[in-house]
Design a protein around this ligand. Structure first.
Ligand code: PMP
Length: 371
């Protein structure tokens, strides 16, 4: 007999569930996972090779468990780009911000506790909650995907979550949450009980506005989560990080696996941080391509959510088959976008100008077919 998952004694809450799974299809234009379309520049690739070569000489030893040099460089990057002084003690790094978020839920969530996010948002927040045995509460958004403060405050009072996620810019919708709203949500949550508020800023470098990092001042229950997967164009590196009060960094030490961040990862991330200026130059190009996608999609007659990220949510697809049929029609033209399961909407990541042209052609043809 060949046993399947259902034949194994897996935890009850995992039974019948699906893993995270954006399709990885081999098509000419892939605009479905919000990656940066630009390969790393040659000078950086050389620098990575140099740093990794050096690290390789010491792979017989465990890596620096506290990633001191890397956290120092990340703190400097945050300080330089936001004007808010962050110290190494207030920065923590892990294998992608997914692992950062997992460590936060292992520390502040867990069995008997709950986390709340305003949906639709990044689907992994709920999945990581499930994986860590944390109860998940789906908080409300308005039909235009903004957060209704009154409704949010009611949800906080009713559910009394231990952790609140605020994704800004939000994925998959692209809109940023105003600073005052984040502050009001933070304060409303604290008024109910001590609550960790995690601001997921994975896409903040693409925003028209500023990072919320300065809000950390005097707020030990606030955490800002970041990643090198998007703006640094290094999704394959798997490096995420957080900034928070040093006590939060001390707390996640209780759950992190020893030596979780390999010496190769640390060396590669340090090389990438040496090339911050070049990489942030690509971000500027992507921002203008993002704005072009918004403008062109609107000119074609689509509804588009205002975007502060490197992707755009567009619709609406209400005819037969809805957004999934539209997703397939675009794929038939060699362009992979994302169907996040939000009825009527699809999401496209900003690619190179050529990739975006191919997508826009497909989107125009689809519009003609549908009208
Ligand atoms: N947060 C958000 C909002 C995201 O969209 C993503 C990736 N899609 C992540 C976190 C995780 O990114 P990574 O693990 O690559 O840092």
């Amino acid at each position: 007999m060949n046993p399947g998952i259902d034949d194994l004694p897996v935890r009850d809450e995992l039974r019948g569930k699906s893993p995270y799974g954006a399709p990885q299809l081999d098509v000419p234009v892939r605009l479905n996972t919000n990656e940066n379309p630009y390969p790393l520049p040659d000078a950086l690739v050389d620098r990575i090779a140099e740093r990794v070569r050096e690290a390789a000489k010491h792979l017989n030893r465990y890596p620096d468990r506290d990633a001191v040099e890397l956290r120092t460089r990340l703190a400097a990057y945050l300080t330089d780009t936001t004007g808010y002084a962050v110290s190494r003690a207030g920065v923590w790094a892990a294998n992608g911000s997914n692992e950062v978020l997992q460590q936060l839920l292992q520390t502040f969530g867990g069995p008997g506790r709950t986390a709340l996010g305003f949906e639709p948002s990044y689907s992994m927040h709920a999945l990581i909650a499930r994986g860590t045995g944390t109860g998940w509460i789906s908080g409300p958004r308005r039909p235009d995907f903004t957060i209704d403060l009154r409704a949010a405050e009611d949800a906080l009072a009713e559910h009394r979550p231990d952790v609140v996620f605020i994704t800004t810019p939000n994925n998959p919708t692209g809109n940023a949450v105003p600073r005052e709203t984040v502050l009001a949500l933070h304060d409303a949550a604290q008024a109910v009980k001590p609550t960790m508020v995690v601001v997921d800023e994975a896409y903040v470098e693409f925003s028209h506005g500023d990072s919320l990092l300065p809000l950390l001042e005097g707020r030990p229950h606030l955490v800002v989560s970041r990643t090198m997967s998007k703006a640094f164009g290094a999704a394959g590196l798997r490096l995420g990080y957080l900034a928070a009060h040093p006590a939060v960094v001390d707390a996640v030490q209780l759950v992190r696996l020893p030596y979780h961040l390999s010496a190769v990862t640390q060396a590669t991330a340090l090389a990438a941080l040496e090339h911050t200026d070049t990489l942030l130059g690509y971000v500027e190009q992507l921002k203008s391509e993002r704005d072009r996608l918004v403008a062109e999609l609107r000119a074609t007659g689509y509804e588009v959510v205002e975007s502060d990220a490197n992707f755009v949510q567009f619709g609406r697809f209400e005819g037969p088959g809805g957004s999934h049929a539209a997703w397939q029609r675009i794929l038939d033209r060699g362009v992979l976008v994302r169907d996040n399961g939000i009825p009527g909407w699809l999401r496209v990541s900003a690619g190179t100008p050529e990739e975006n042209d191919a997508f826009l052609d497909a989107a125009r043809e689809l519009k003609k077919e549908q009208s």
